[in-house]
Design a protein around this ligand. Sequence first.
Ligand SMILES: NC(=O)c1ccc[n+]([C@@H]2O[C@H](COP(=O)([O-])OP(=O)(O)OC[C@H]3O[C@@H](n4cnc5c(N)ncnc54)[C@H](O)[C@@H]3O)[C@@H](O)[C@H]2O)c1
Length: 347
Amino acid sequence: MVQQFKEAKEIRVGVVGYGGAFNMGKHHLKEMEAAGMTPVAVTEMDPERLAVATKDYPGIGTFDSIDAMLAESDVNLITLITPHNTHAPLGVQALEAGRHVVCEKPLAITTAECDAMIAAAEKSGVMLSTYHNRHWDGLPRTAVDLVKEQGAIGDVYKIDCRMGSRHLPGDWWRSSKTISGGVMYDWGVHLLEYALQVIDSEITEVSGYAKKGFWAPQIKWAEDSNEDEARAVVRFANGVWLTLTISTLDSDPKQGIVEISGTEGSIVFGDPHNDYRLIQWKDGNRTTTEGKQLETVGHRYYENVAAYLTGKADLIITPEWSRRPIHILDLADQSAATGKALSAKYA
Ligand SMILES: NC(=O)c1ccc[n+]([C@@H]2O[C@H](COP(=O)([O-])OP(=O)(O)OC[C@H]3O[C@@H](n4cnc5c(N)ncnc54)[C@H](O)[C@@H]3O)[C@@H](O)[C@H]2O)c1
């Protein structure tokens, strides 16, 4: 039974990682505060970034390691905002110490790591969730509304997700295969999470494809560089298929980051928040409508976490939900390495 609080302000939150790439530490603390929780601690191994945290939150507890934070702070919800290969070890450590954990996406790199985190949460009776704030982006909210509420394109039979074009990857940790998990583990996880909201079916099989080695000699990670381009093709029990392609090599990428195809039309989304194009067949005629996406309301993520921990709502982003995109990417990686389609063990 997960520990419940009477009021959100009793949830004392700490973040691990206060990095400078997108200033995500401050973003999380602000959203948690807005949801009624109380920021009490920041852990960061880079002293310069810890100084930024102190400037943003004067008087907040500061620590240079999760060990110190767990030993010295009364924080009861920890959010991990660190590079991807640290999520599982830091998460298991915090969960075993009896703290609730929110982990930035991806939950982990492998399915086995996700399972170890889920087992640790269950053993300690605490919450584990993934910061899928983009679950509430305009794109998936609009897709779910058009497909499931309005039936605007008939029966969905495929979804194609894609991002990226030819460019030299940066020398940051996101380009290291070991640290990031691979080229599909950043935006690819968001795109899969969008698509899985539309496809209500079990994953049955995954094929992976990868082109490697083109950029590797030019960036600092060399042999450990991410794939130049990778693709996952996913088969679902209901017959729907899903493709995800993330590229740093494609000189002529197709327009649209998510394209949903149904028996009566298609929806093409060019970005996560703005417009969409709806193609429909009516009485034998093809019509095209340009529409505005529903509002992006990512702050609802922490509102739901606070409501869950105070016994007012079910948890929307469960660890089982956020394990699904990781299971796809893990299988795609193994499939690309072996050249064979792989069955999903669970979905
Ligand atoms: N949800 C979103 O829209 C979104 C947006 C940006 C980043 N992210 C995610 O946030 C996470 C972090 O990305 P970022 O862009 O903030 O990276 P970043 O490199 O800017 O920050 C990571 C920070 O973690 C610190 N760190 C690493 N290991 C640590 C440890 N063991 N203990 C304490 N601090 C440690 C580093 O010193 C660094 O400052 C990733 O999982 C990324 O995918 C999500």
